[in-house]
Ligand binder design. Structure first.
Ligand SMILES: [Fe+2]
Length: 167
């Protein structure tokens, strides 16, 4: 945020949303972070365990999604630190605060694709919550960060849906 100094030059000021707004933003960011961690591990599980005719497709798309996930998770966590708050970082916290659940033991390739589609939708719900909190506080930085992720997820969702309903 910027503020005019006495001599009319611009002075830098740390992100200065009021405490209530800040808490709303970092709470939404932490929920997305926890959900993304569960999603990340599920993607790895599917990457490792998929079998059958769609092996290479599912093996590759899950790797693409979890590799991107590593970067996004880091960006979300560091955004929480920008506000002076702390990202949740224990496995028990991820499970307790995620809106995405862990998978059962053995899914078919078709089930894997539909689970990933549903999880992408849940992640986009998290992004919408973050965006809503950021916009109502004039937080352009968070809004920009999450808009990029949203657009990317929408493309992934379209591709995966086209793959799921190929026949
Ligand atoms: Fe691999």
């Amino acid at each position: 945020m910027e503020k005019l100094r006495d001599n009319n030059t611009i002075a830098f000021k740390e992100l200065g949303f009021d405490k209530e707004d800040k808490t709303e933003i970092t709470k939404a960011l932490n929920e997305a972070l926890c959900s993304y961690q569960i999603f990340f591990h599920k993607l790895q599980k599917f990457h490792w365990n998929v079998k059958g005719g769609d092996f290479f497709d599912i093996h590759e798309i899950t790797e693409e999604l979890y590799t991107k996930g590593l970067e996004n998770i880091d960006e979300i966590a560091e955004r929480i630190r920008v506000f002076g708050d702390y990202p949740k970082s224990n496995l028990s916290q991820y499970l307790a605060n995620s809106i995405i659940s862990e998978s059962s033991e053995k899914e078919s390739p078709e089930e894997m694709i539909h689970i990933v589609l549903g999880d992408l939708e849940k992640m986009m719900e998290c992004f919408l919550n973050i965006h809503g909190a950021a916009v109502s506080s004039g937080d352009i930085g968070t809004s920009y960060m999450i808009s990029k992720m949203m657009k990317d997820f929408e493309t992934d969702h379209w591709k995966l849906k086209s793959f799921a309903y190929k026949s």
